[in-house]
Design a protein around this ligand. Structure first.
Ligand code: ZN
Length: 213
């Protein structure tokens, strides 16, 4: 089978790549893992159209029957994300990144789809072909915008939120380039605040139930 040749691309925006990094985030002072299972991680990738849904689902099915491979895939996703995080932290702090993190990102970048020219009704178009593991492909796509941002000459715009309770990775697009928080209004951002509230509520509700017991 020829792996899906597509007439579209799956360009990942830098913001989405940073969202990926922030799937491991501080909430109320502790680090929270939002990609806890392989399924959760694949869902995250799928929701952002990082690769073809059909390829992703095929990978999911294969992994469902192979717990060891599934576990390996999840740790690979975590590993690449955490390496990208370390690299962005290093860039933001103007210090060298750990060589192990660079090696991990470089390994992820090697898995790319093949760019091909294809005939089209009005001439030629540029298509792509997926050849390797779809998860590797997705990780390469997620890593690429971060690498481009580092290469852009504006890498000083890559920031870590100054709020010690947040530490989100973000890109400062403000005209002055002096943003220190991921969200000016609240840093935190409202979604995060809402999650905090929901969590607190749930905790309180849980306590009540315990109390009734
Ligand atoms: Zn923040």
């Amino acid at each position: 089978m020829r792996n899906g040749v597509a007439s579209h691309d799956h360009e990942v925006a830098l913001e989405e790549a940073f969202d990926f990094l922030n799937t491991y985030e501080l909430e109320a002072g502790s680090w929270v893992e939002h990609l806890q299972t392989t399924d959760q991680a694949l869902d995250w990738i799928k929701a952002r159209d990082v690769i073809h849904a059909a390829l992703l689902e095929a990978a999911r099915q294969k992994l469902a029957n192979d717990p060891v491979a599934s576990e390996r895939t999840l740790s690979k996703i975590h590993r690449v994300r955490d390496a990208l995080r370390k690299v962005t932290y290093a860039v933001a702090d103007d210090r060298p990144a750990p060589t192990s993190a660079l090696a991990e990102v470089n390994r992820a970048l090697r898995a790319r789809e093949i760019i091909e020219l294809e005939p089209a009704a009005d001439g030629i178009r540029v298509g792509h072909r997926h050849v390797g593991d779809p998860v590797d492909d997705a990780l390469a796509r997620l890593a690429q915008p971060v690498v481009q941002a580092i290469a852009s000459g504006n890498e000083d715009r890559i920031r870590i939120c100054a709020n010690d309770e947040c530490r989100w990775v973000f890109y400062d697009e403000s005209p002055t380039g002096r943003r220190r928080w991921c969200d000016m209004a609240t840093c935190g951002n409202r979604a995060k605040a809402a999650r905090h509230r929901a969590k607190r509520k749930a905790a309180e509700a849980g306590q009540e139930i315990e109390f009734l017991d």
